[in-house]
Design a protein around this ligand. Structure first.
Ligand code: UD1
Length: 388
């Protein structure tokens, strides 16, 4: 059997790593294509090295561009390669532009497509990732679900239950694999934070960083927080560019410690020891929930409601006062007990490979019986702080 994985952006790489290991363990030929959507060494190469992912078999070299340009370039450059390799299955990961582009190419060439992290929905059509999720799921033959609510979402869209496999969360596979190394790394001590509480921040969503007024308000709030507790902010390239446009003086004077993007182990080490994470990332909502670290997600909604209902996540609107109030409330809320979320157990990739190699099934009870008109969400829809 020959499986071809297409990855391109930072959050794809943590999802690929455990799947690659599990496929190789079963003797499956695994071809890896890197689209080049993310190309900075700190956004790409560092993850391949730290997560022991073999070098990609082929780079499409797509780079940055508008959504249409990026999606089209992946499609154009991937098609001849797929025609040549003729895999039995194309695996795509998450919700980035590379994901939907690769799913389109595979589906049109009548190659089976498997989507790792299927069925998540924010219900927010203004998010490019939501469009990517819906389209990718519609094109995929095998849907690998990280949480039970994903089956309800897919059922509501009329997706047949026999395509769904509730395998669990591959991000947590990677976290479990890397945690001992991350703790040994002791990043807090390296950043002279050992012993005291500190906050980690990441922000990169267009809705938070592309509007200068919103970004300025968020930076001001984080600056006020930094006056009380150390705040470290590894900055995504998109955000770095936007902060640059606001003027370097503002960032320098905000009291925040702005860092280059961090590698996986250093970031995990810092997050595991943090008193609080403030973010708009999808992966961090999951990682903090698994670790029991309080998390504030600066978004009006989430495609990962289970992190609010069963984990440590709270939504807050991108308003300075709301973010500051939520952060102050969350500081000190860390409990020694870690939440337990079903099938977030480090074995999701093994289940995926059992489906791919053995035709195993991981049913979600009741999903098939839930017709679209009576479909309901397993997890209540979280309401963000600051919403009137
Ligand atoms: C993409 C994903 C988003 C994911 C994020 C993780 C889509 C639609 N969005 O957003 O879901 O959470 O990755 O990081 O696919 N840039 C660099 N170097 C790089 C990559 C990007 O400088 O290696 C800069 C470029 O200015 C680029 C901008 O960042 O234009 C945005 O990159 P892009 O891949 O378009 O989207 P992200 O914001 O990274």
């Amino acid at each position: 059997m020959r499986v071809l994985s297409v990855v391109g952006a930072r959050p794809n790489f943590m999802k690929l790593a455990p799947v690659d290991r599990a496929l190789v363990k079963r003797g499956v030929e695994h071809v890896i294509i890197h689209t080049g959507q993310h190309y900075d060494p700190g956004m790409s190469d560092a993850f391949f090295e730290e997560l022991w992912i073999p070098a990609a078999d082929h780079h499409l070299g797509v780079g940055s561009g508008s959504h249409a340009q990026q999606t089209a370039a992946v499609m154009q450059r991937l098609e001849p390669f797929l025609l040549d390799v003729r895999p039995d299955l194309v695996l795509v990961y998450g919700d980035v532009n590379s994901t939907v582009a690769a799913a389109l190419v595979g589906a049109k060439l009548q190659v089976r497509v498997g989507h790792v992290e299927a069925g998540l929905r924010s219900g927010d059509w203004t998010m490019p990732e939501e469009i990517n999720r819906v389209v990718t799921d519609r094109l995929s033959d095998l849907l690998f679900l990280p949480s039970r609510d994903a089956a309800e979402n897919l059922g509501a869209e009329g997706v047949p239950a026999d395509r769904m496999h509730f395998v669990g969360n591959v991000m947590i596979d990677t976290l479990c694999w890397a945690l001992p190394q991350a703790l040994a790394f002791d990043a807090a001590a390296r950043h002279r934070l050992a012993g005291g509480p500190y906050v980690i921040v990441t922000l990169h969503r267009p809705s938070n960083v592309d509007d200068p007024a919103v970004l300025r308000e968020l930076l001001d709030a984080l600056g006020r927080l930094a006056a009380k507790v150390p705040v470290l902010f590894p900055v995504h390239p998109r955000t770095r560019n936007r902060i640059g446009e606001l003027g370097a003086r503002r960032a320098a004077g905000s009291g925040l410690e702005l860092l280059e993007p961090l590698g996986y182990l250093e970031m995990l080490s810092l997050v595991a020891g943090a008193a609080l994470v403030v973010t708009d990332s999808g992966g961090l909502q999951e990682e903090t929930s698994f670790l029991g670290v309080p998390c504030i997600t600066v978004r009006p909604n989430t495609e990962r409601p289970i992190t609010c209902t069963h984990g440590t996540n709270r939504l807050v609107l991108p308003r300075g006062d709301s973010v500051l109030a939520a952060a102050e409330r969350a500081l000190g809320r860390r409990s020694p007990a870690r939440p337990v979320i079903e099938r977030w157990d480090g074995k999701a990739a093994e289940r995926i490979v059992a489906v791919v190699c053995d035709d195993a099934r991981f049913d979600v009870d009741g999903a098939a019986a839930s017709p679209p008109q009576v479909a309901r969400r397993a997890a209540a829809i979280p309401v963000p702080l600051g919403a009137s």
